[in-house]
Design a protein around this ligand. Sequence first.
Ligand code: AHR
Length: 483
Amino acid sequence: MIDLSASASTHRIDRRVYGQFAEHLGRCIYEGVWVGADSGIPNKNGIRTDVVDALRHIKVPLVRWPGGCFADEYHWLKGVGDERQPMVNTHWGGVVESNEFGTHEYFELLDQLDAEAYINGNVGSGTVAEMQDWVEYMTLDHTAPMAELRKRHGREQPFKLEFFGVGNESWGCGGNMLPLHYANQYRQFQTYVRNYGDNRISKIACGANSDDYEWTEVLMARAAGHMDGLSLHYYTLPTGDWDAKGSATDFDEHGWYETIRQTRRMDELLTRHSAIMDTYDPAKRVSLIVDEWGTWYDVEQGTNPGFLYQQSTMRDALVAALNLNIFHRHGARVRMANIAQMVNVLQAMLLTDGSRMVKTPTYHVFDLYSDHQDADFVGLPGGGAGAFDSHGDVTVSRKDGALTISTANWHLERGIDAAFDLPANVTEVLRAEVLTSAAPTVHNTFDAPDAVRPVELPVRIDGRTLRFELPPRSVATVRVGQR
Ligand code: AHR
């Protein structure tokens, strides 16, 4: 029995940990989001309607764009106005990038999603002036060259820009810099990322690659006062080996449990990076922002290796749930996370094939978890997961007078009898759903789009006690109203 009767809330779960990442990579932007106004695929102003409808349903709070590695070779001026200038996407498949989807199209997507902006600027191959001009172009509201240019391109009012990243993976594809060099670059570039009118930008510095604690140390020591957030990138590879990552759908018991083990490392990474941040910023003013996370497998056979297209099974659903649980627990410092990536790339929410679209098991977890957004986190006794410890995990939050309990059981064969002692009597069950699959490798295809989807979960209530049974390899949410 997990005793929640005296549990108190310690922090708010920022809805932004449910953020998405959408890069000019493979078929994420082109086809996945953008089809153009003349397309036969139903769209509004060039953006596909089925994708927007699905993403609105899971309440996407913000979208990070345009990369990723692409961000450090992106020159924004080529992607505005009537004369778009193509370029080569050297990182991702060497294909020609038409620049049809640029700043205005990105903000159109955000309007349709009702989501916030997180733009990643170019430090690796860009200039301070180019970055400054872009921020002016987007947010200046008076007679000035960049604002005039925006108006000539059809947008009178400034855009609202909430978050701006200064470089991406500057230790790798974003310029191969050493930490002190980047800290200096960051300090210089961010000086010109200014607030105009009433627009307020949160500035995000490029943070560490997984367990590179030295990077965090140097950035916090040398630049913390100039940043609102510091990022972290950590991907889950079943093998931990970048040269042989393993298949998304063809795996055995070892591949299943190794993936779970690798993904649970996120907890240790957040603990140790946070501890360093705490020494320089005990008030937790600077957020830790996991702006790239998720599974990374070998690409689907027959697809362009530079497009990072992969399928998604119940294993990915568990990865999603376990990471979201970890973000909830670290919510006092972790205030944003962006899963990689939104459509057709890595651990995607949605996959498309021309006009067809399918929701992945990961999408369904984001749906099951949507009530945790901006809810008060409820700590468990002792901070642990009680009866769930050996092969399960649980997260609890409170919002609008209701309690939301989400559980993940990663055992391949064993179920879990879940029992919770609640702080007040249950008045009604608002939601009780479970996601599982007939076999670990089952996935949703364009011909069988509902092979993995949530179904109703039977629950038993006796006064203040709530009980339900979790099948093996499952993710569930129970939301109850209380008196
Ligand atoms: O998400 C794919 C790539 O992974 C991003 O472009 C890069 O930042 C990271 O290495």
